[in-house]
Design a protein around this ligand. Structure first.
Ligand code: MN
Length: 128
């Protein structure tokens, strides 16, 4: 079975690139363009991984991550934040909100999949 990834991203070009990279690597993609839709979609389709943009309209990525962590059946789904915020403290803020890891924008197409898998592998190790 293919790994199902929910991408929550409001920028069409970023969404297109992330989807393309993941599909090329045989992941199954689900898309949401804002936080509310992302949370609803996560509940409906139970993805294996959630890629979460932090700069989203209305409900930002921190709020989305916190909300996802409040929902019992979504509590343990890995959340990877994807963001151009690189201020000191931002990473901690995202981890506190419930994200498991962090990939910086602009996304590097050559390393993105590896970065993602490294975060997932680290989570699995922590759980052992
Ligand atoms: Mn955005």
């Amino acid at each position: 079975m293919r790994t199902k990834i929910l991408i929550i991203e409001d920028n069409i070009q970023n969404m297109y690139m992330l989807s393309y990279l993941l599909e090329q690597n045989n992941f199954e993609i689900i898309q949401a363009f804002n936080g509310h839709d992302g949370i609803a979609t996560a509940q409906k389709s139970k993805p294996d991984i959630i890629l979460l943009d932090i700069q989203l309209p209305e409900m930002d990525g921190y709020a989305v991550a916190r909300k996802l962590r409040e929902i019992d059946k979504l509590k343990t789904i890995p959340i990877i934040a994807v963001t151009s915020y690189a201020m000191p403290g931002d990473k901690e803020k995202m981890l506190t909100a419930g994200a498991n890891g962090y990939i910086e924008k602009p996304v590097n197409p050559d390393t993105f999949i590896d970065e993602m898998e490294q975060i997932i592998n680290n989570i699995s190790k922590e759980e052992l």
